[in-house]
Design a protein around this ligand. Structure first.
Ligand SMILES: [Zn+2]
Length: 340
Protein backbone atom coordinates (compact mmCIF):
# COMPACT_ATOMS: atom_id res chain seq x y z
CA UNK A 1 0.00 0.00 0.00
CA UNK A 2 0.92 3.65 -0.24
CA UNK A 3 1.76 5.38 3.03
CA UNK A 4 3.54 8.46 4.30
CA UNK A 5 6.13 7.53 6.93
CA UNK A 6 8.78 9.37 8.89
CA UNK A 7 12.20 7.70 9.24
CA UNK A 8 13.56 10.53 11.37
CA UNK A 9 12.12 13.46 13.33
CA UNK A 10 12.16 16.96 11.87
CA UNK A 11 10.40 19.41 9.55
CA UNK A 12 7.82 18.60 6.85
CA UNK A 13 10.65 17.30 4.64
CA UNK A 14 10.90 14.09 6.74
CA UNK A 15 7.44 12.99 5.50
CA UNK A 16 8.06 10.33 2.83
CA UNK A 17 5.38 9.02 0.46
CA UNK A 18 6.33 5.40 -0.21
CA UNK A 19 5.21 1.80 -0.84
CA UNK A 20 5.06 -0.44 2.21
CA UNK A 21 3.55 -3.90 2.89
CA UNK A 22 -0.20 -4.02 3.71
CA UNK A 23 -0.90 -4.45 7.43
CA UNK A 24 -1.51 -8.04 8.57
CA UNK A 25 -5.00 -8.50 9.93
CA UNK A 26 -5.31 -10.26 13.29
CA UNK A 27 -8.40 -12.45 13.83
CA UNK A 28 -9.79 -9.92 16.35
CA UNK A 29 -9.26 -6.86 14.15
CA UNK A 30 -11.04 -4.96 11.41
CA UNK A 31 -9.17 -3.77 8.32
CA UNK A 32 -10.26 -0.31 7.20
CA UNK A 33 -9.56 1.22 3.79
CA UNK A 34 -8.71 4.82 4.68
CA UNK A 35 -10.69 7.40 2.69
CA UNK A 36 -9.84 10.45 4.78
CA UNK A 37 -7.46 11.30 7.61
CA UNK A 38 -7.67 14.66 9.38
CA UNK A 39 -4.59 16.43 10.73
CA UNK A 40 -4.14 17.62 14.30
CA UNK A 41 -1.43 19.67 15.99
CA UNK A 42 -0.38 16.36 17.55
CA UNK A 43 0.87 15.30 14.07
CA UNK A 44 3.31 18.23 14.15
CA UNK A 45 4.56 17.36 17.63
CA UNK A 46 5.05 13.68 16.71
CA UNK A 47 6.81 14.62 13.47
CA UNK A 48 9.19 16.90 15.41
CA UNK A 49 9.86 14.10 17.92
CA UNK A 50 8.04 12.72 20.96
CA UNK A 51 9.20 9.99 23.35
CA UNK A 52 7.70 6.55 22.69
CA UNK A 53 7.50 6.95 18.89
CA UNK A 54 9.27 4.09 17.09
CA UNK A 55 10.67 4.79 13.61
CA UNK A 56 9.67 4.37 10.86
CA UNK A 57 6.27 5.70 11.86
CA UNK A 58 2.93 6.54 10.23
CA UNK A 59 1.21 9.70 11.52
CA UNK A 60 -2.49 10.53 11.54
CA UNK A 61 -5.12 10.15 14.28
CA UNK A 62 -8.51 10.93 12.75
CA UNK A 63 -9.54 8.27 10.27
CA UNK A 64 -12.68 7.54 8.26
CA UNK A 65 -13.06 4.87 5.60
CA UNK A 66 -14.68 1.61 4.55
CA UNK A 67 -14.35 -1.85 6.05
CA UNK A 68 -12.09 -3.89 3.74
CA UNK A 69 -11.82 -7.12 5.78
CA UNK A 70 -13.13 -8.50 9.08
CA UNK A 71 -11.17 -10.81 11.40
CA UNK A 72 -12.77 -14.25 11.78
CA UNK A 73 -13.44 -13.85 15.54
CA UNK A 74 -15.70 -10.85 14.89
CA UNK A 75 -19.33 -10.48 13.89
CA UNK A 76 -21.63 -7.52 13.27
CA UNK A 77 -19.49 -5.80 10.63
CA UNK A 78 -20.10 -5.67 6.89
CA UNK A 79 -17.66 -5.36 4.04
CA UNK A 80 -17.78 -1.86 2.59
CA UNK A 81 -19.45 -0.44 5.72
CA UNK A 82 -18.66 3.27 6.20
CA UNK A 83 -16.94 3.86 9.54
CA UNK A 84 -14.72 6.15 11.56
CA UNK A 85 -12.04 4.96 13.94
CA UNK A 86 -11.93 5.96 17.61
CA UNK A 87 -8.52 7.66 17.75
CA UNK A 88 -7.20 5.90 20.82
CA UNK A 89 -5.27 2.79 21.84
CA UNK A 90 -5.87 1.19 25.27
CA UNK A 91 -5.50 -2.24 26.88
CA UNK A 92 -9.20 -2.87 27.56
CA UNK A 93 -8.44 -5.00 30.65
CA UNK A 94 -6.96 -2.81 33.41
CA UNK A 95 -8.92 -1.26 36.30
CA UNK A 96 -9.08 2.10 34.48
CA UNK A 97 -10.25 0.59 31.17
CA UNK A 98 -12.99 -1.54 32.72
CA UNK A 99 -14.14 1.53 34.66
CA UNK A 100 -14.49 3.33 31.31
CA UNK A 101 -11.52 5.64 31.92
CA UNK A 102 -9.52 4.56 28.87
CA UNK A 103 -7.52 7.80 28.80
CA UNK A 104 -6.01 6.89 32.22
CA UNK A 105 -4.89 3.40 31.06
CA UNK A 106 -1.12 2.90 31.32
CA UNK A 107 -1.10 1.75 27.70
CA UNK A 108 -3.20 4.69 26.52
CA UNK A 109 -1.95 6.51 23.48
CA UNK A 110 -3.47 8.35 20.56
CA UNK A 111 -3.57 6.50 17.24
CA UNK A 112 -0.75 8.01 15.18
CA UNK A 113 1.28 8.87 18.31
CA UNK A 114 2.91 5.79 19.91
CA UNK A 115 1.15 3.44 17.44
CA UNK A 116 0.92 3.78 13.65
CA UNK A 117 -1.83 6.06 12.33
CA UNK A 118 -3.89 6.65 9.21
CA UNK A 119 -1.65 8.43 6.69
CA UNK A 120 -1.86 5.30 4.54
CA UNK A 121 -4.35 3.24 2.53
CA UNK A 122 -5.14 0.43 4.99
CA UNK A 123 -5.17 0.20 8.80
CA UNK A 124 -5.99 -2.76 11.09
CA UNK A 125 -7.68 -1.83 14.39
CA UNK A 126 -9.54 -3.58 17.25
CA UNK A 127 -13.31 -3.94 16.85
CA UNK A 128 -13.96 -1.55 19.77
CA UNK A 129 -12.47 1.29 17.74
CA UNK A 130 -14.72 0.83 14.70
CA UNK A 131 -17.81 3.09 14.71
CA UNK A 132 -20.34 3.13 11.82
CA UNK A 133 -21.15 6.59 10.42
CA UNK A 134 -24.45 7.84 8.94
CA UNK A 135 -24.87 8.69 5.26
CA UNK A 136 -25.27 12.36 6.18
CA UNK A 137 -21.50 12.65 6.77
CA UNK A 138 -18.98 12.34 3.96
CA UNK A 139 -15.58 10.84 4.75
CA UNK A 140 -13.83 14.21 5.07
CA UNK A 141 -16.44 15.40 7.54
CA UNK A 142 -16.38 12.12 9.48
CA UNK A 143 -12.58 12.25 9.79
CA UNK A 144 -12.86 15.82 11.13
CA UNK A 145 -14.89 14.75 14.15
CA UNK A 146 -13.28 12.24 16.53
CA UNK A 147 -10.22 13.74 18.22
CA UNK A 148 -11.41 17.31 18.65
CA UNK A 149 -15.03 16.60 19.56
CA UNK A 150 -13.89 13.90 21.99
CA UNK A 151 -11.37 16.29 23.56
CA UNK A 152 -13.79 19.19 23.86
CA UNK A 153 -16.61 16.96 25.18
CA UNK A 154 -14.34 15.51 27.87
CA UNK A 155 -13.18 19.01 28.87
CA UNK A 156 -16.56 20.70 29.05
CA UNK A 157 -18.95 17.91 30.00
CA UNK A 158 -16.93 15.29 31.90
CA UNK A 159 -14.44 17.55 33.69
CA UNK A 160 -15.87 21.09 33.89
CA UNK A 161 -19.47 19.78 34.36
CA UNK A 162 -20.95 22.48 32.14
CA UNK A 163 -24.48 23.49 33.07
CA UNK A 164 -27.21 25.32 31.11
CA UNK A 165 -26.94 29.08 31.28
CA UNK A 166 -23.26 29.26 32.15
CA UNK A 167 -20.82 31.56 30.38
CA UNK A 168 -17.96 29.81 28.61
CA UNK A 169 -14.82 31.37 27.11
CA UNK A 170 -13.44 29.28 24.23
CA UNK A 171 -9.92 30.18 23.16
CA UNK A 172 -8.99 29.83 19.49
CA UNK A 173 -12.31 29.65 17.64
CA UNK A 174 -10.71 28.52 14.38
CA UNK A 175 -9.02 25.44 15.84
CA UNK A 176 -10.66 22.03 15.82
CA UNK A 177 -11.09 22.02 19.60
CA UNK A 178 -12.46 25.58 19.47
CA UNK A 179 -15.03 24.71 16.80
CA UNK A 180 -16.17 21.69 18.82
CA UNK A 181 -16.20 23.52 22.18
CA UNK A 182 -18.33 26.41 20.84
CA UNK A 183 -20.95 23.96 19.59
CA UNK A 184 -20.93 21.81 22.75
CA UNK A 185 -21.37 24.90 24.95
CA UNK A 186 -24.28 26.04 22.78
CA UNK A 187 -25.80 22.54 22.98
CA UNK A 188 -25.92 23.21 26.76
CA UNK A 189 -27.51 26.64 26.14
CA UNK A 190 -24.48 28.51 27.41
CA UNK A 191 -23.40 32.02 26.54
CA UNK A 192 -20.21 31.63 24.49
CA UNK A 193 -17.37 34.12 24.17
CA UNK A 194 -14.60 33.15 21.79
CA UNK A 195 -11.34 34.51 20.40
CA UNK A 196 -9.67 34.51 16.98
CA UNK A 197 -7.00 36.41 15.06
CA UNK A 198 -9.23 38.23 12.57
CA UNK A 199 -12.80 39.32 11.89
CA UNK A 200 -13.35 36.73 9.15
CA UNK A 201 -12.67 33.89 11.61
CA UNK A 202 -14.84 35.56 14.27
CA UNK A 203 -17.70 35.76 11.78
CA UNK A 204 -17.41 32.02 11.14
CA UNK A 205 -17.37 31.42 14.90
CA UNK A 206 -20.60 33.43 15.27
CA UNK A 207 -22.15 31.30 12.53
CA UNK A 208 -21.39 28.25 14.71
CA UNK A 209 -23.24 29.89 17.59
CA UNK A 210 -20.67 31.99 19.45
CA UNK A 211 -22.37 35.00 21.06
CA UNK A 212 -19.32 37.25 21.32
CA UNK A 213 -16.00 37.36 19.46
CA UNK A 214 -12.74 38.86 20.67
CA UNK A 215 -9.91 39.69 18.26
CA UNK A 216 -6.94 38.51 20.34
CA UNK A 217 -4.49 40.62 18.36
CA UNK A 218 -6.41 43.88 18.72
CA UNK A 219 -8.23 43.45 22.05
CA UNK A 220 -7.23 42.36 25.55
CA UNK A 221 -9.16 39.16 26.26
CA UNK A 222 -9.76 39.63 30.00
CA UNK A 223 -10.86 43.27 29.55
CA UNK A 224 -13.39 42.29 26.90
CA UNK A 225 -14.63 39.41 29.05
CA UNK A 226 -15.11 41.79 31.99
CA UNK A 227 -17.05 44.19 29.76
CA UNK A 228 -19.26 41.44 28.26
CA UNK A 229 -19.97 39.78 31.63
CA UNK A 230 -20.55 43.02 33.54
CA UNK A 231 -17.26 42.49 35.48
CA UNK A 232 -18.30 39.01 36.65
CA UNK A 233 -16.05 36.77 34.53
CA UNK A 234 -16.81 33.39 32.99
CA UNK A 235 -17.69 30.05 34.59
CA UNK A 236 -15.43 27.97 32.34
CA UNK A 237 -12.41 28.69 30.14
CA UNK A 238 -11.51 26.14 27.44
CA UNK A 239 -7.71 26.54 27.05
CA UNK A 240 -5.37 24.91 24.55
CA UNK A 241 -3.30 27.87 23.38
CA UNK A 242 -0.89 27.86 26.32
CA UNK A 243 1.72 30.50 27.15
CA UNK A 244 0.36 33.23 24.87
CA UNK A 245 -3.09 33.36 26.51
CA UNK A 246 -2.71 31.71 29.95
CA UNK A 247 -2.67 34.89 32.06
CA UNK A 248 -5.64 36.33 30.17
CA UNK A 249 -7.52 33.04 30.55
CA UNK A 250 -6.98 32.94 34.35
CA UNK A 251 -7.97 36.61 34.67
CA UNK A 252 -11.19 35.94 32.74
CA UNK A 253 -12.53 33.43 35.30
CA UNK A 254 -15.16 34.37 37.85
CA UNK A 255 -14.66 33.34 41.48
CA UNK A 256 -15.05 29.58 41.70
CA UNK A 257 -14.55 29.27 37.95
CA UNK A 258 -12.85 26.39 36.14
CA UNK A 259 -10.03 26.59 33.61
CA UNK A 260 -9.67 23.34 31.70
CA UNK A 261 -6.68 22.88 29.40
CA UNK A 262 -5.76 20.26 26.82
CA UNK A 263 -2.80 21.81 25.05
CA UNK A 264 -0.02 24.34 24.82
CA UNK A 265 0.30 25.24 21.15
CA UNK A 266 2.22 28.46 21.89
CA UNK A 267 4.42 27.01 24.66
CA UNK A 268 4.12 24.98 27.88
CA UNK A 269 5.62 27.22 30.57
CA UNK A 270 3.28 29.55 32.44
CA UNK A 271 3.21 31.24 35.85
CA UNK A 272 0.47 30.88 38.45
CA UNK A 273 -0.20 33.55 41.07
CA UNK A 274 -1.23 31.36 44.02
CA UNK A 275 -3.04 34.30 45.65
CA UNK A 276 -5.49 34.37 42.73
CA UNK A 277 -5.81 30.58 42.82
CA UNK A 278 -6.84 30.36 46.49
CA UNK A 279 -8.53 33.70 47.10
CA UNK A 280 -10.72 33.40 44.01
CA UNK A 281 -11.12 29.63 44.56
CA UNK A 282 -10.22 28.77 40.96
CA UNK A 283 -10.07 25.27 39.61
CA UNK A 284 -7.30 24.43 37.11
CA UNK A 285 -8.03 21.15 35.38
CA UNK A 286 -5.81 19.24 32.94
CA UNK A 287 -7.42 17.13 30.23
CA UNK A 288 -6.06 14.61 27.75
CA UNK A 289 -8.28 13.18 25.02
CA UNK A 290 -11.28 11.46 26.70
CA UNK A 291 -13.04 8.16 27.20
CA UNK A 292 -14.89 5.90 24.76
CA UNK A 293 -18.07 6.94 26.58
CA UNK A 294 -17.31 10.62 25.89
CA UNK A 295 -16.65 9.84 22.24
CA UNK A 296 -19.87 7.90 21.69
CA UNK A 297 -21.89 10.58 23.49
CA UNK A 298 -20.37 13.40 21.43
CA UNK A 299 -20.79 11.41 18.21
CA UNK A 300 -24.50 10.85 18.90
CA UNK A 301 -25.03 14.62 18.68
CA UNK A 302 -22.91 14.95 15.54
CA UNK A 303 -24.71 12.04 13.87
CA UNK A 304 -28.08 13.62 14.77
CA UNK A 305 -26.99 16.89 13.15
CA UNK A 306 -26.94 18.91 16.37
CA UNK A 307 -23.22 19.63 15.95
CA UNK A 308 -21.19 19.73 12.75
CA UNK A 309 -17.57 19.21 11.81
CA UNK A 310 -15.90 21.96 9.79
CA UNK A 311 -13.53 20.97 6.97
CA UNK A 312 -11.20 23.74 5.87
CA UNK A 313 -9.27 22.09 3.06
CA UNK A 314 -8.25 18.71 1.64
CA UNK A 315 -4.95 17.53 0.18
CA UNK A 316 -4.00 14.25 -1.54
CA UNK A 317 -2.04 11.98 0.83
CA UNK A 318 0.93 12.30 -1.56
CA UNK A 319 1.02 16.02 -0.67
CA UNK A 320 1.08 15.55 3.11
CA UNK A 321 4.12 17.84 3.36
CA UNK A 322 2.12 20.73 1.92
CA UNK A 323 -0.73 19.90 4.32
CA UNK A 324 1.67 20.06 7.31
CA UNK A 325 3.08 23.38 6.09
CA UNK A 326 -0.45 24.74 5.71
CA UNK A 327 -1.40 23.59 9.25
CA UNK A 328 1.74 25.18 10.69
CA UNK A 329 0.77 28.56 9.23
CA UNK A 330 -2.54 28.46 11.21
CA UNK A 331 -4.50 30.19 8.46
CA UNK A 332 -7.29 27.59 8.48
CA UNK A 333 -10.75 27.60 10.01
CA UNK A 334 -11.50 23.94 10.69
CA UNK A 335 -9.83 20.71 9.80
CA UNK A 336 -7.18 19.94 7.22
CA UNK A 337 -7.82 16.49 5.72
CA UNK A 338 -5.74 14.22 3.48
CA UNK A 339 -7.13 11.63 1.06
CA UNK A 340 -5.15 8.51 0.04
ZN1 LIG B 1 -6.18 -0.31 30.26
Amino acid sequence: MKAVRIHQFGGPEVLQYEDIPDPELRKDQVLVRVKACALNHLDLWVRKGLPGVKLPHILGSDIAGEIAAVGEYLSGFQMGQRVLIAPMHFCGRCVKCVAGLQNQCREFTVIGNAVDGGNCELIAVPAANVIPIPGSLDFNQAASVPLVFLTAWHMLVALASVRPGQTVLVLGASSGVGIAAIQIAKLFHCRVITTAGNEEKLEKARALGADYGIDHYKQKISEEVRRITNKEGVDIVVEHVGAATWDESVRSLKSGGTLVTCGATTGPNVAIDLRHLFARQLRLQGSYMGTMGDLLEALSHVFAGRMKPVVDRTFPLSELRAAHEYLEKSQMFGKVVVNP
